[in-house]
Ligand binder design. Structure first.
Ligand code: 6PG
Length: 251
């Protein structure tokens, strides 16, 4: 870790507590960012883990705590499918959250997966550069990420050339298995975020969580390469995902 980097790992009893912890962080960050800069810019992920978080944020208990008119939503990655496809990360977030809050349409910056990987990546890059006004200035207030059992995060998979991208904010990724191309934010963007929140739940994640958080080979994994240079890195994990870690204290 360098001087500007901060890391926190919190272990929760179960997915419900973890999701509430994440929702509390989302609300707090929305308030501080909207108060200080008039907007809150977040990138969401797909996968199953954030489902409860999104539905909590869309529930009456949380949604009225957030000034959605000042929230801008981007995605960490997307599959190249139409926006109403069951595999669409946009659809996932729309159904659980975006359809339940008063978020202006112009604040939703989805990746147009239906346009195909190269075009969708190019369009997303343009959207990012225009929104953040120019090259080199893409700083998300919050990026929510998950981790796969192989250590992937967003659509950055082990061994992928996308991991070496140093200038483009978003690139296309071609996968053989399953054969759906994707578009993903790149490491330079993830590592310039003010806050990165990883969510991981379940025993199947225990090995990779131990390797990433305690192992000496963490840099082998894409998720282990996410270390915001001047921001906060927070891992919210449940007891099952933490069970292989040496010493953890429950929150
Ligand atoms: C996606 C992702 C991906 C996900 C991990 C973890 O769209 O699938 O962005 O990186 O976060 O695969 O997925 P789970 O939450 O389902 O374990």
């Amino acid at each position: 870790m360098t001087a500007g980097q901060r890391l926190q790992v919190s272990v929760f009893q179960d997915m419900e507590e973890l999701s509430r912890g994440a929702a509390d962080i989302f609300v707090t960050l929305s308030k501080t960012n909207i108060t200080s800069r008039g907007r809150f810019v977040v990138a969401l992920s797909g996968g199953s883990t954030p489902r409860r978080l999104y539905s909590l944020l869309g529930s009456p208990w949380y949604r009225n705590e957030i000034d959605w008119s000042r929230v801008h939503v981007f995605w960490a990655d997307e599959r190249c499918v139409p926006k109403d496809h069951p595999e669409s990360n946009y659809r996932f977030a729309h159904d659980a959250l975006l359809s339940r809050v008063f978020l202006p349409a112009q604040n939703v910056h989805r990746i147009r997966g239906e346009d195909g990987p190269r075009k969708a990546a190019g369009e997303y890059e343009d959207d990012l550069r225009i929104f953040f006004s120019g090259p080199g200035t893409i700083v998300f207030d919050l990026i929510i990420l998950g981790v796969g059992e192989d250590g992937h995060t967003a659509s950055l998979f082990p061994g992928s050339p996308a991991l070496d991208e140093s200038t483009r904010p978003a690139v296309s990724v071609c996968l053989k298995e399953p054969e759906i191309s994707r578009v993903t934010l790149t490491l330079p963007v993830l590592n310039h975020a003010a806050e990165v929140l990883f969510l991981a739940s379940g025993r199947a994640k225990a090995e990779i969580i131990k390797d990433i958080l305690e192992g000496s080979s963490k840099q082998c994994y894409p998720a282990g390469q996410v270390r915001p240079s001047n921001g906060m890195l927070t891992w919210l994990i449940d007891k099952q995902a933490a069970e292989k870690m040496r010493g953890h204290s429950s929150t």
